[in-house]
Design a protein around this ligand. Sequence first.
Ligand code: ZN
Ligand code: ZN
Length: 250
Amino acid sequence: MILFGDYHTHTIYTHGKSTIEENVLVAIKKGLKEVAITEHSYKHFAHPVKRKNIKVMREEVDRLNKKYPEIKILLGLECNLLGVNGEIDLTDEEEKMLDLVVLGYHKTFKPTFKNFFKFLIPNTFRIGQASKKRIEINTNAYINAMKKHKIDILAHLKYANCTVDVKKIADFAGTQNTYIELNGKRINFTDEEILDVVNSNAKFIIDSDAHICDKVGENNHALNILTRLNIPQEKVANIGKTPTFKNHKG
Ligand SMILES: [Zn+2]
Ligand SMILES: [Zn+2]
């Protein structure tokens, strides 16, 4: 099983340890055909990208694409799911500079006053299991985000206590060509949930979520799950082929 691309990596533009070029060089060394740079968007609490740097990164990615024609370098953003109505931290103007949009729930982010109490507190700071109502609210938040925005990848679902109905999300993601990520740092799915995705029209995408260049293109945990659960390669967008992302240029 060979990964054709890694679509979730960080750099020194947020809290990664390596430059864009270092990530690219490792990706080339590992034989990837594509690599994406996807920093935390600006409402991440601890490590937001500086908004003015999105343009700087776009120029750097364009320059590196000319320098290294053997690989396709994509610029994305790892946006934060900010609220119950599917609010995310991405403006139209910024989206036009991107090749893909990744969406994730993180432990801390900067929501509105209302969503601080309705969304962040009941998830991140919840003690005990999520109620049925909470799972429904979270699931709808993701579905609303996919309705409102062109989301290419749902990163690390169920991370940071944001419990969701994976089957419902996968069913909707399948209608939107939104990929469900098997993340290199955190896979919170049960085997049953993985099989729910397999049985939906949605596809997985395997990413490293590398914060240092050495980890680019690495995700043995996901590859082991595929083998263990006998998941067909056709269900993964970046094994043996490259995924198709939405047009964000407007
Ligand atoms: Zn993340
Ligand atoms: Zn990340």
